[in-house]
Each structure stands twice: as C-alpha cells, then as structure tokens.
Design a protein around this ligand. Structure first.
Ligand SMILES: [Zn+2]
Length: 448
C-alpha cells in the first residue's frame, strides 16, 4: 500500500516525521505564496537542500498534490539567477488546488454558513442556514451536522480528499480544547465545538474566532496575500478584528486579540453593550445599532426615501420577526434592513447619508486606534463595512488618516474584502487548510 506523505504524524516521539512535516510545511507554504516555482528556486526560498526538495516533490507528484506546469519563463529577477546550468529552462512545480479540500463552518449571529473549498480557498459548494439568535447550541448543532454532511456530499468529492474541518466561532475560543468559551451575541458558554464535530463528522477539527479566520483567508488567498502585517476588521451584529503577522495569525495570550468591538469609545455615558460594559465600539457601529438609529430617523420623516425603503422591507425579513426566526436554508441574497438603509442612502436620502457618515467617523476612529497599536501595512474591511463601502469608505479612511499618530495612517492600504458574505466560510475552511495541510499540524485525537 502506498504511504501517504500527508499522513498526520503523531506527536509522540516521531522526530523523523516531525522533520518531514517541517520541510513539507516550508515547501507547501512557499508554493502557495509564490505560485509555480522551480525546484532550484524552491531550495533557495526554503533553505532546504536540492536533494530534499527533489525527494519531497517526487512524493508530492506521485500523490497528485503538485504538478509540473511548464517552464520558468518570465524574467522575474530572483528566478533569473538560478544555477540550473545551460540548456533547457527548469520545470515549474505548482500545487494542484483540487488535490485536497477543506470544510468550513462559519457561525454568525443568525446564520451558519457551511462550505467546501479547494486548496486555494475557492468554494466548491456552499449552504446558508438561518436561525433565531437565541437558539441553544445543541439545537443548532443538530441542524448544522446533517447540513455539513449534505454539503460534503454535494461537493462530489471523496471524503478521503478532505484535510479537515475549520470552524469560525463567534466570540472567545479556547484554542487548545476547541471550546467556544463565550459567544455573547448568541448567549453561548463553553460549547465544545471541536469534540462534537470531530465525533459526529469524523474529521480533524480546528476552531478559532470567526473574524480571525477571515483575516487568515485574506492573507492566504485574498486581498491580503503577501502583506506582512494585515488587519481585518469586520462588523455585523458583532464587531471584531483579526491580525496576521508574517503569515501567522496573531491570537494573543488567551486568544482574545482583536476584540475591537469592545474597545471603549465613550468612557462615560455610552450605551450598554452585551459584554456588560458601556460605550463600546459595538454600541456605535454594529448593524442592529445602525438599523435602530435609521428606524428612529424614518419615524420622524415618514415621507422620506429612508422610511419608504425600510417599510418596503416588510416584517418577515426582520431578524427579530418570528417568521424569520424559523430555521431554514436560504439563498444568500439578503434583503435586510441594513441593505435597505444603504439603498436609501444611494438614492440620496439625506438623513441616511448623514447617519452613515457619522458611523464611518466612529469606524475610522477605531481604525486609527488600530493603526497606533499595531501599525499594519493593510486593513481590510468586511461585513457591513464592506457592503456599505461606497457610502462610508471615504470618511473611514479620511478619519483614520487624520487621527492616527504622525502620519502612520497615510501608509496603511485600506481595502475591502473581495469575498463579500462568503468571507467567513472561506475563512473557516482556511483554518483547516492552514492547520492540517499547509502547516501539517497533527490533529488532536478525539475518542469516538
Ligand atoms: Zn462591549
């Protein structure tokens, strides 16, 4: 029987396996970030011997993980000075994106998104489950597990081709145990996500915070590829950030880094936040808060575009409505109050425009704080900050640049995610791809 090069080594005293994992990690990550690369160039970039590279690539070729994709043709400076000698140019090697797949599960506040991606984070299939915000974890998981099975089935791939499952959880996660310690917006405490999914789905599972997962997706496959210090800032019901530094997710001591939604913006007299504090960023720029403020504006001006737009929304699409609170798999084309507010602003409603401008000022102020603290090369916006970028990005950027220290903000590239609402599920899959494929980490064994 053929030995699987990607077989997961155990953590107990398999030093040869560990060295091989280390070398594989270097090769796979280099191929991901560089694209098609010659063996000689791979040796230069990884610092591994050409013999090691030749052997690893031979095994990866045999298993269909990489393919030879032609000759090194372009005049990239660093490719040009390899010492492959005279004669034909070296053959390039690249990852075969469909050689393996990963499953991602993204937990939002009222939706769960499940998807299967290839090795480049491209979604092969994708499902959305909407649910009431106060659902118990056990009840929701009973729906998510069969949905995940169905999504894997729909992908039309062999289960053996799955490297694992990544879970983007809301709030605080205990990474060591894969437990969702606290999800204030769902009212969850200590939900053992890894243990449940590993046992029920029979896959290696890695759980992390959902916004951190999005940051990883951008760094591996998206707008943030090749960026040294990347911050991803997301806002929906919750507001959070994820940081990737030199390709590594920055998590902090207790995996609590990035909780910018609970950055104090109004030290005295601010509104109560679900975290128990007051005056948090989340109380100013979250989706429910913007919708609440817009409804108040619409009530004062019943003839406005905003009022018409929000009324046209109809009661059934309101997340607080009983009909919307039923579990259902839905198409991912939301007609939500926030989209109605954006539509009103785009149609020229003055109150809506000024409301969003005000919110953009707070978001920009928060970004200036991030710039002063982390000094990133790039900040990528997601969630409603991306969906309303045409209305808010200018003010967000202007505020960030003006309020950041000593012109640091001028050097930050401010971008919007290209993944739209799928960034969370791609991020969740990226957790599994990063952990179990590109970094060759051994999964934690879960008793059956
Ligand atoms: Zn808070």
């Amino acid at each position: 029987m053929q030995r699987d090069i990607l077989q997961r080594p155990t953590l107990t005293g398999r030093s040869i396996g560990n060295i091989k994992s280390h070398n594989l990690r270097a090769v796979l990550l280099t191929l991901l970030h560089q694209g098609p690369t010659s063996r000689v160039h791979l040796a230069q970039l990884t610092g591994l011997s050409s013999t090691t590279i030749t052997n690893l690539i031979a095994e990866l070729l045999e298993q269909g993980i990489v393919a030879e994709t032609g000759k090194e043709g372009n005049a990239e400076g660093r490719n040009g000075n390899n010492r492959s000698g005279a004669g034909r140019p070296p053959t390039l090697v690249s990852i075969v994106p469909t050689a393996r797949y990963a499953v991602g599960i993204h937990f939002g506040v009222d939706t769960v998104r499940v998807g299967v991606t290839d090795l480049f984070g491209r979604l092969r299939c994708y499902q959305v489950l909407s649910h009431p915000t106060d659902i118990a974890a056990t009840e929701l998981l009973e729906q998510v597990i069969p949905l995940t099975d169905a999504t894997i089935g729909q992908a039309g791939i062999s289960r053996a081709a799955l490297v694992g499952l990544g879970v983007g959880a809301s709030g605080l996660v205990d990474l060591v145990n894969g437990v969702n310690v606290l999800a204030p917006n769902l009212g969850w405490r200590n939900v053992p996500l890894r243990e449940i999914f590993a046992r029920r789905l029979g896959l290696p599972v890695f759980v992390d915070n959902n916004v951190r997962a999005m940051a990883l997706a951008e760094a591996m496959f998206g707008v943030g590829r090749g960026v040294n210090i990347l911050a991803f800032v997301y806002g929906r019901v919750g507001v959070g950030a994820g940081f990737v530094v030199d390709g590594n997710v920055y998590r902090g001591s207790l995996a609590g880094a990035g909780e910018i939604g609970h950055m104090t913006m109004i030290p005295a007299g601010g509104a109560a936040c679900r975290c128990g504090n007051t005056g948090c960023l989340e109380t100013l720029v979250s989706e429910p808060e913007i919708v609440r403020l817009a409804r108040a504006l619409a009530a004062r001006a019943p003839d406005s575009i905003l009022a018409a737009s929000l009324a046209g929304n109809g009661p059934t699409a309101d997340p607080g409505d009983a009909a919307a609170a039923q579990l259902r798999v839905m198409a991912d084309a939301p007609d939500t109050p926030i989209e109605r507010i954006f539509a009103a602003a785009r149609a020229g409603d003055r109150a809506a425009l000024s409301l969003l401008d005000e919110r953009a000022f707070y978001i920009g102020t928060a970004l200036a704080n991030i710039v002063n603290l982390v000094n990133p090369d790039m900040i990528i916006l997601g969630g409603l900050f991306a969906a309303g970028a045409d209305l808010m990005l200018e003010r967000i950027g202007e505020t960030m640049r003006r309020r950041a220290f000593a012109g640091l903000g001028d050097r930050v590239a401010l971008r919007v995610t290209g993944y739209g609402r799928k960034v969370g599920v791609i991020g969740a899959a990226a957790l599994a791809l990063d952990t179990f494929f590109y970094r060759q980490q051994a999964p934690v064994e879960v008793a059956a």
